[in-house]
Structures are given as C-alpha cells and as structure tokens.
Design a protein around this ligand. Structure first.
Ligand code: HEC
Length: 170
C-alpha cells in the first residue's frame, strides 16, 4: 500500500524528500542472471578527458565505497525481466535489477510498480542502508536515473560504454 502511495506522489509530481529504501530487498539474487560486470575505479584514478559527464558523476558519487580503493560492480536481473531489461523497459511490476558493489557487499535495487521506478540500498543481510550515506538516499538515485533521460530509460541506466573502466583497475 505504501508503495502505491509513493507512486501516486511521483505521478502527481509532489516534491518530497524520501530517505528510506523504496524498492524491496531481493531475497533471491543467487537465482538472477549476471548481465554486466563493471567497475567503479578507485578515487586515485584519473578518468580520461573524454569520459562522458554522466559517468564522471557516477564515479565521483560512489568512488568512496570500499575506502576509495575501487570495487567490482555486478548487475543482476531476474530471469523473467531479462527481455524487458534488454529493451530498457517498459517494466512489469517487481524487482527489475540489482547492482552489487562486490567489494563492500552493498546492494542497489531497482523495482518497478505501475511503470514507476523505485530504488533501494541494502547490505547482504537485508539491512536498509538508505540512511547510512548521503549518496544512498533515494532522491539521489532519482536525480541521476531520471535526470539523464537520454541515457537512462524507464529508470535503468546500464550501457556498455562503462566498460571503458575495465582496464583501469588492477
Ligand atoms: C550519478 C549517477 C547515478 C546515481 C546517483 C545512481 N546511479 Fe544507479 N546507475 C548509474 C549508472 C551509470 C549505471 C550503469 C552502470 C553500468 O553500466 O555499469 C547505474 C546502474 C544501476 C543499476 C543497474 C540497473 C540499471 O541498468 O540501471 C541499479 C540497480 C542502480 N543503478 C540503482 C541505483 C540506486 C538504488 C541508486 C541510489 C542509491 C542509484 N542507482 C544512484 C548511475 C547512477
């Protein structure tokens, strides 16, 4: 019920600041498909000048994770969502994708209800981490995932271009 209220709030564009995770904790990550492996480089890595602004912002936002040493980032999608994910939606209800910062076991979740994306951050045990760091607050997720609408469609963002980071980490 709470989620439907939130969706209503977004549809009506009422400005709100929400702190708790909106997406539910994914209990069955081990049954999901690994769709992408990428990397957040450490905070000592200088990105090439021609790195798209969007990716620079993402790295800047999250390269404090794992004490700034960089982390593998794996993206998993539930089997029944794979086709929707490939096409960047539109998405049916339920968990859409999870992104795991493997070196610190931080789990980003995107879920859709009634076509609207919901975001959440948890640890492996399902503890809600949304309030544990400013960059984990759900309104920050929306800012980027909805702000870059030419790159992120229907609330999901992954594009192969971020593979340029692969060779940047030891
Ligand atoms: C500054 C930009 C930015 C912010 C803020 C951001 N993301 Fe993302 N997100 C990205 C990018 C870029 C990708 C694609 C990563 C890749 O391709 O390796 C992504 C990918 C994801 C994915 C994998 C599914 C997909 O393709 O979208 C999930 C899940 C996700 N983000 C959840 C979150 C959550 C939850 C938050 C807030 C706690 C958040 N994101 C905040 C930029 C951002």
């Amino acid at each position: 019920m709470f989620k439907y209220l939130i969706v209503l709030v977004f549809i009506l564009h009422i400005p709100v600041s929400i702190a708790d995770s909106l997406a539910t904790f994914p209990k069955n990550i081990d049954k999901m498909l690994l769709v992408k492996q990428s990397v957040i480089p450490g905070n000592d890595v200088v990105l090439p000048d021609d790195t798209p602004l969007f990716l620079q912002e993402t790295v800047k936002m999250y390269n404090w994770i794992n004490n700034g040493k960089g982390t593998k980032l794996n993206i998993f999608v539930p089997k029944n969502k794979l086709n929707e994910y490939k096409k960047h939606g539109p998405y049916s209800d339920g968990i859409t994708a999870v992104a795991i910062y493997e070196d610190q076991d931080i789990i980003f979740v995107t879920e859709h209800i009634a076509g609207q994306p919901l975001y959440g951050t948890y640890n492996r045990q399902g503890k809600d981490l949304s309030n544990s760091h400013p960059s984990f607050k759900t309104d920050i997720c929306y800012q980027c995932h909805e702000g870059y609408s030419d790159i992120c469609t229907n609330g999901t963002c992954a594009v192969p271009i971020i593979d340029i980071f692969k060779n940047k980490i030891k």
